[in-house]
Design a protein around this ligand. Structure first.
Ligand SMILES: *Cc1c(COP(=O)(O)O)cnc(C)c1O
Length: 408
């Protein structure tokens, strides 16, 4: 993953920052009966995020990219709301199946797979795969001869926090030869996939990508390849500390850019991860220690970069940390619980003076957080707590169920 800093080029309206799914009173109640750190998940927020995509992307199928957050609770809550799951390994195939998704609703989108993974995924019943090079054609022809294939195309994008095209995707010049080579090997090439990169900051990136994709479909028609499927990937952002264009703004650009292809009978699907689970979970963490170092307050909390804050490192994510303490605010350092010096969550939070035992809320902790957490140094990652008991409270607003919560 490569971090790039670029100025936004378009003047698209901005969305609001991710908000906590619990208030401080409720958070204190939870922290009193269950030990912190806790990752509180809102089923309502999770499903609302899918609804925003449904409204914004008419006719486009939604596959949740489970690498963002593979919790069984999240997968189960999404079942019946999304069209399927985007998986990247046979391990994820099994996890999605266990959460109730039939294999015909899964797409294996990893462009470079272990042969054992292809074999196992085929054995489990996967019939859609992605490739971006000739070795992969050979592997798939051997282990998955009857499957449907999408060619992953690289999209140059300097305006995403996580640039995925630096690792995957066929370059524009190789697209035609790869499509033909796959067809020549008897594989069922159905279309094109791309991913602009995660935490994309500007919808114009999709407009440019879809223009290129339109040209590729046109070329495919000329060559008689009959491509009928387009996977526009994920990448829609969450506004963590910086207000970015809203998901609805991204949807406008994507649905506009796909319209001609849809009219021509192409099936379009997307695979968002972050914008579905990202703001659906809030971390409750507690201040466990304090120090004044070089005149700057340091607060030690009970979750850090080896826990759910692992997104700080792997996802290059900068989270907003909220306190309800009153009093003057000043710049401080928030550090995690382990003995490792890399375990610093933030060096530039502006917070009031905190006491030991204080509760802090961190919104937007539902994607690329607990998915990559460890229990390094003996500190367990946060426990997932689902707001309400969904089996008992289907369809009820969350305000009715704030006093009950289920532990996952
Ligand atoms: C990570 C990933 C996604 C999800 O990306 P988000 O930025 O979380 O929406 C979708 N598709 C593929 C192939 C991915 O690798």
């Amino acid at each position: 993953m490569i971090r790039r800093e670029t100025v936004l080029v378009s003047s698209t309206p901005r969305g609001s920052l991710a908000e906590p799914v619990v208030g401080f009173d409720q958070a204190r109640e939870m922290a009193g009966s269950l030990a912190t750190p806790l990752l509180v998940l809102s089923p309502v927020r999770l499903r609302e995020n899918v609804e925003v995509l449904r409204r914004g992307l008419p006719g486009i199928k939604i596959y949740y990219a489970m690498k963002a957050n593979p919790s069984t609770e999240i997968l189960s809550l999404l079942n019946g709301h999304v069209d399927g799951i985007d998986v990247a390994s046979s391990g994820e195939v099994s996890a999605a199946e266990q959460a109730g998704f039939a294999v015909d609703r899964l797409i294996h989108s990893h462009p470079v797979k272990r042969e054992s993974d292809i074999r196992e995924s085929v054995r489990l019943g996967i019939s859609w795969f992605v490739f971006d090079n000739t070795d992969e054609i050979r592997k798939l022809a051997r282990h998955a001869p009857g499957c449907n294939l999408l060619l992953r195309v690289a999209i140059r994008n300097s305006n995403c926090v996580v640039d995925l095209s630096s690792k995957f995707g066929a370059s524009r010049e190789d697209v035609v030869s790869l499509l033909l080579a796959a067809r020549h090997s008897g594989l069922n090439v159905r279309g094109i996939a791309f991913h602009v990169g995660s935490q994309c900051r500007d919808p114009i990136v999709y407009a440019r990508a879809l223009k290129l994709i339109g040209e590729i479909f046109e070329k495919g028609r000329e060559l008689g390849l009959a491509l009928d499927t387009l996977d526009v990937g994920g990448g829609f952002p969450v506004s963590y500390r910086e207000s970015l264009p809203s998901v609805t703004e991204f949807c406008k650009v994507v649905s506009g850019g796909c319209r001609e292809l849809q009219k021509a009978g192409v099936t379009v699907l997307c695979e968002p991860g972050r914008c579905i689970s990202g703001d659906s979970a809030t971390l409750i963490t507690r201040v466990t220690g304090r120090a004044l170092r070089d005149g700057i307050p340091w607060y030690y909390v009970d979750d850090g970069v080896y826990g759910a804050f692992s997104g700080r490192l792997f996802d290059m994510c900068d989270y907003r940390i909220i306190s309800d303490h009153s009093g003057p605010r000043r710049k401080c350092v928030v550090a995690g619980p382990t003995c490792d010096s890399i375990d610093v969550v933030s060096r530039d939070q502006i917070l009031p003076e905190l006491d030991i035992g204080d509760i802090l809320l961190v919104p937007g902790m539902g994607a690329y957080t607990n998915a990559s957490a460890t229990s390094f140094n003996g500190f367990e990652p946060p426990r997932l707590v689902v707001l309400g008991d969904d089996r008992l409270d289907v369809g009820k607003p969350e305000s009715d169920v704030t006093r009950r919560f289920a532990v996952g």
